[in-house]
Design a protein around this ligand. Structure first.
Ligand code: IDP
Ligand code: MG
Length: 169
C-alpha cells in the first residue's frame, strides 16, 4: 500500500473511532434541557425532573450553575440583537439554573413536545410550560431545537470526560 493510501485509511479509522467515542454517530438521541432560574426559585426542580423521567428521558449529566453574562450570551448567540435578548440574558443570569443532558430515542422532538410552546398560553395542556411557566420569558425550561444544536449545547455545559463517563460510550 502506498504511503498516501495508508495515511488516508489511518485517518479515516481515527475519524470514525472519534465520532463513535464522542457520540456523533448516535445523533438523534440526545438533547439539552435547562431548568431555568424561575424553575429553581420556585422550588420546582423535583417536579419538573419527575415529569421528564416519567416521560422516558434518561438523565446522563446534570449540574447546577449560575451563568455569567458571557456564558449566557454565548449559549443564546442565535438571538443576539432580538428585542428580548437583553431581558433573556438578565433572566438567565438572575440565579442558578440546572442544565441536564438527556437521552431518549427522538430526544429533541419528544422533549420540545413535553415542554410545549415558548409562550405558556400557547402550550398544550399537560406540558411543562403550560403547567408551570408564567410568561413567554419566564418559561421554566429550555429544550434544544435540533440534533446539531443539542450537541453544541450539551458541550456548552459538559466536558468530553463527563459525557464519556456518563453516556457510557
Ligand atoms: P424556545 O426556548 O421555545 O426555543 P426561543 O425562541 O429559542 O424559544 O427563545 C429563547 C428564550 O428567549 C425563550 O425560551 C424565552 O425565555 C425567551 N423569549 C423568546 N421570545 C420571547 C419574547 O417574545 N419575549 C420575551 N422572552 C422571549
Ligand atoms: Mg430555542
Amino acid at each position: 500500500m502506498s504511503g498516501f493510501l495508508f495515511d488516508v485509511c489511518f485517518l479515516t479509522i481515527i475519524h470514525l473511532l472519534e465520532n463513535y467515542l464522542f457520540g456523533d454517530i448516535i445523533l438523534g438521541n440526545k438533547t439539552l434541557a435547562i431548568l431555568k432560574p424561575d424553575c429553581v426559585r420556585k422550588n420546582l426542580i423535583g417536579e419538573v425532573i419527575a415529569l421528564i423521567t416519567k416521560n422516558g428521558f434518561k438523565i446522563k449529566a446534570m449540574k447546577m450553575v449560575h451563568l455569567t453574562k458571557d456564558s449566557a450570551s454565548g449559549f443564546y448567540e442565535i438571538h443576539t440583537g432580538k428585542p428580548f435578548f437583553e431581558g433573556l440574558l438578565d433572566f438567565m443570569t438572575s440565579g442558578p439554573c440546572v442544565p441536564i443532558a438527556l437521552e431518549k430515542e427522538n430526544a429533541v422532538a419528544d422533549f420540545r413536545k413535553l415542554i410545549g410552546a415558548t409562550d405558556p398560553e400557547q402550550a398544550e395542556e399537560g406540558t411543562i410550560r403550560r403547567l408551570f411557566a408564567e410568561s413567554k420569558q419566564f418559561n421554566i425550561c429550555h429544550g434544544s431545537d435540533s440534533d446539531e444544536n443539542a450537541e453544541k449545547e450539551i458541550a456548552h455545559f459538559f466536558s468530553r470526560n463527563e459525557l464519556l463517563n456518563n453516556f457510557g460510550l
